[in-house]
Design a protein around this ligand. Sequence first.
Ligand SMILES: Nc1ncnc2c1ncn2[C@@H]1O[C@H](COP(=O)(O)OP(=O)(O)O)[C@@H](O)[C@H]1O
Ligand SMILES: Nc1ccn([C@@H]2O[C@H](COP(=O)(O)OP(=O)(O)O)[C@@H](O)[C@H]2O)c(=O)n1
Ligand SMILES: [Mg+2]
Length: 214
Amino acid sequence: MSTAVDASVPVAEQEDGTANILGGKKVAVVFVLGGPGSGKGTQCSNIVEHFGFTHLSAGELLRSEIKSGSDNGTMIDSIIKEGKIVPSEITVKLLQEAMIKSENDKFLIDGFPRNQENRLSFENVIKISPEFVLFFDCSEEEMVRRLLGRNQGRADDNIETIRKRFRVFEESSLPVVQYYDSKGKVKKINAAKPIPEVFEDVKTIFQPYGPKAA
Ligand SMILES: Nc1ncnc2c1ncn2[C@@H]1O[C@H](COP(=O)(O)OP(=O)(O)O)[C@@H](O)[C@H]1O
Ligand SMILES: Nc1ccn([C@@H]2O[C@H](COP(=O)(O)OP(=O)(O)O)[C@@H](O)[C@H]2O)c(=O)n1
Ligand SMILES: [Mg+2]
C-alpha cells in the first residue's frame, strides 16, 4: 500500500486537532448527505470520474454484507427493509476496511453519517474529520418520483419503506447536517435540477480537488 502523501490534495487543517491519518496515509474525506433519492450516488459517480475520488456508499457496503451471507446479514436486511439505521459499529467497520484497502487518499462517503451515533462512532474509531459535507437538497415529492423510477430491484424502494426512510432522514439525518452547518462545513446544492445542472454546481465545489490524475 502506498504511504505517500499527495501534496496536491488540500487536506484541511482540522480545528479539533485530528491529523486525518489512516493506515499511514493522510486522507481527505467528504461526507455526501441528502434524502433518499436526492441523487447522492449519481453525483458521486460523476465526481469519481472527474476528480479521482473513491466512492464509498454506506448503503452499498451494507447491501454487499447481506449478499455475502455474513453473520449480520439477516439483521442488516430487516433493518434496511424497515428504513431504519444499522448499528454504527457495523457500518463504521465496513467503511474503515474499505478505506484501508484502497490505494486512494480521497474518499466520498455517501449516505453516512446518517445519525449522530454514526457521526460519533466515525469520529471515535476512525478519527478523521470531513473536509466538508456535500448536502443535496430536494423535495420529498421529487425524491419519491425518482425512487419509484430507480428500478434497481431494491427491497426498500417501495412507497411504504420510502415514507419511513423520509421520517428517519428528517428525525435522525438532518440533525447531523445541522451539526456540521454550525461548524461552517456544509456545502448545500439544489438537487432538484436535472443531473447535468446539479453536476455543474458540484464541479465548482470540487475544483480545488481535481482534476483526476492521468
Ligand atoms: N437530478 C436528477 N434528476 C432526475 N433524476 C435523477 C437526478 N439525480 C438522480 N436521478 C435519478 O434518481 C434515482 C435516484 O438517484 P440516486 O443517485 O440513486 O440517489 P440517492 O443515492 O441519493 O438515493 C436514480 O434513478 C437516478 O438516475
Ligand atoms: N449510514 C447508513 C447508510 C445506510 N443505511 C441503511 O441502508 C439503507 C439504504 O441506504 P442508501 O444510502 O443506499 O440509500 P439511498 O439514500 O441512496 O436511497 C438506509 O435506508 C438504511 O437502512 C444505514 O443503516 N446506515
Ligand atoms: Mg444512494
